[in-house]
Design a protein around this ligand. Sequence first.
Ligand code: AHG
Ligand code: MN
Ligand code: MN
Length: 282
Amino acid sequence: MKDIINAIEDASIKIKNLIETGDTGKSENENSTGDTQLKLDIASDQIIEDIFAKIPSIKQIVSEEQDSIIDLNEKGEYLIAYDPLDGSSLVDVNLSVGSIYGIYKGNFDAKSIIASVYVVFGPRVEMVVASDNCVKMYRLLSNEFKYIQDIKLNQKGKLNAPGSTQNCWAPYHKALIDDIFNDGYRLRYSGGMVPDLHQILLKGGGLFSYPGTSDRPKGKLRQLFEVFPFALTYEYAGGKAIDGLKNVLEVETTHIHDTTPCFFGSNEEINRVLKVYKENAE
Ligand code: AHG
Ligand code: MN
Ligand code: MN
């Protein structure tokens, strides 16, 4: 596993340089989800693939930016699913973005995830590793990642990050979000799940939601590359991640690019979501 973390560190230093100097324009390609890929998405994907290709312990990789799984080493132990540059459309307005990695053993599905890593590219570059039931944060200082602190969520927080398009929300979801704001929670939503979820983790708690909507009943966020890795991080930090009705790490994956509704947060906020969603389940 150490070799994988080192590879992610090397890739992150290269991606940091790419973000600082690269062309923020669109490419002519679409990814499997139907998003137009930016040149930055393609270049960061290539950086990661080239670095992972040299690691013998990696059996297979799959990226949000690729159509299918890439075989690396038959004898490798680990499978890695990654979103090379989440929130890439925020680079041109100079907001924070991130990379997300889910490390799986056996299959690309929720029950096989064993560790996760995300890297935030903001005013500082920080890497957060969830493994062995704990969450550790590192910061890039003089071109090396140095350990800073462990991350633990409080039982209840103060931040609310409600994703997706409001006019497509179910009425009970709208009522839930309104109630949370009426209880004094503050809006914190940048449109990049990495900095938004990082903020909730570091400020002690709150709620990030990306529900199923009338236009996208299964939400937008992708299971393998985005949702499962952060679900593990939130669980190991003492919080929870659900799809509305159950732990999101019980959601089945039938296709590598499947999406799922998702809610990440500290325990009190997630219990609140569960109560509302259970009352409104058909
Ligand atoms: P990506 O850049 O990989 O396509 O994903 C962006 C994601 C996520 O980071 C963010 O939380 C969400 O899209 C924002 O979507 P909305 O604008 O629909 O809220
Ligand atoms: Mn993404
Ligand atoms: Mn992406």
